[in-house]
Ligand binder design. Structure first.
Ligand SMILES: CC(C)(COP(=O)(O)OP(=O)(O)OC[C@H]1O[C@@H](n2cnc3c(N)ncnc32)[C@H](O)[C@@H]1OP(=O)(O)O)[C@@H](O)C(=O)NCCC(=O)NCCS
Length: 220
């Protein structure tokens, strides 16, 4: 893995810019939309631990989610975290976390975010990815375009070795992107996401430079 700094990336329709405080409030507003955070942001473990709630029980999952959403929806509480994240990218304090704000090209319209970060309890070059797009701009291929630019940078310049990631079975918009990136499906696990009182399964995927560079969607 190469120790190189992050930089802005550009595609036909998008600019992926290093985060700045200017767009963070809008990104937070997008993340607060239930249709976005319900599938993007699992309830953190710390909430289950602190309130002694179980991940196996739908009522506990709902209770933990309610607590988490109250915290998430409070900009007074969230603002300092966003500020710290922007500062740490600017100062290159933690070069292992890569985050881009996604803008429509040559505009100041921010439509989402893509990230590539070390995976918990794994060596630093095994990474997870994340993406969300403002619902107004979904279904136009923007997430695929942004994720492709990010992974081209991560695999071919930073030279990470592997991505391990997952998406709710129900979230075909996300796992289809993983498949377009050449990632391989490895199985399911029970998640903390739920819908209509049913705990959802997640599909696990892994990706490598070879899979990404040889992906079939590249040839279309
Ligand atoms: C998952 C998510 C990021 C997808 O964003 P998106 O920008 O709508 O995704 P894309 O547009 O790239 O791809 C979705 C569909 O758009 C359609 N599309 C329209 N125009 C397109 C184009 N020019 N190129 C590619 N796809 C296009 C396709 O139908 C594609 O689906 P397909 O695979 O059946 O072809 C978005 O739904 C989201 O933010 N969801 C909530 C958060 C979330 O779930 N994050 C991921 C957690 S794992």
């Amino acid at each position: 893995m190469n120790n190189i700094s992050s930089r802005d990336l550009h595609t036909d329709r998008l600019d992926l810019r290093l985060p700045s405080m200017g767009e963070q409030h809008r990104l937070w507003e997008i993340l607060c939309l239930e249709e976005v955070n319900n599938l993007y942001f699992p309830t953190p473990d710390r909430i289950f631990r602190k309130y002694e709630l179980s991940k196996d029980n739908i009522n506990d999952l709902k209770e933990a989610r309610k607590i988490f959403l109250t915290q998430l929806n409070n900009w007074e509480r969230q603002g300092p975290f966003y500020k710290a994240k922007v500062e740490s990218v600017k100062n290159q304090e933690d070069s292992s976390k890569f985050t881009w704000s996604v803008f429509l090209k040559d505009t100041d319209i921010v439509i989402g975010q893509v990230t590539c970060q070390p995976k918990d309890n794994e060596p630093g070059d095994i990474r997870d990815v994340g993406w969300y797009i403002d619902p107004i701009y979904q279904g136009k291929g923007y997430a695929t375009e942004a994720a492709t630019a990010m992974l081209d940078f991560m695999f071919n310049e930073v030279e990470i070795s592997k991505i391990e990631t997952s998406a709710a079975d129900y979230n075909c918009n996300s796992w289809k992107i993983m498949e377009k990136l050449g990632f391989k499906y490895t199985g399911n696990y029970i998640s903390t996401y739920y819908m209509d009182d049913k705990i959802l399964e997640c599909k696990k995927y892994f990706g490598t430079r070879e899979l990404f560079n040889n992906r079939s969607s590249k040839r279309r």
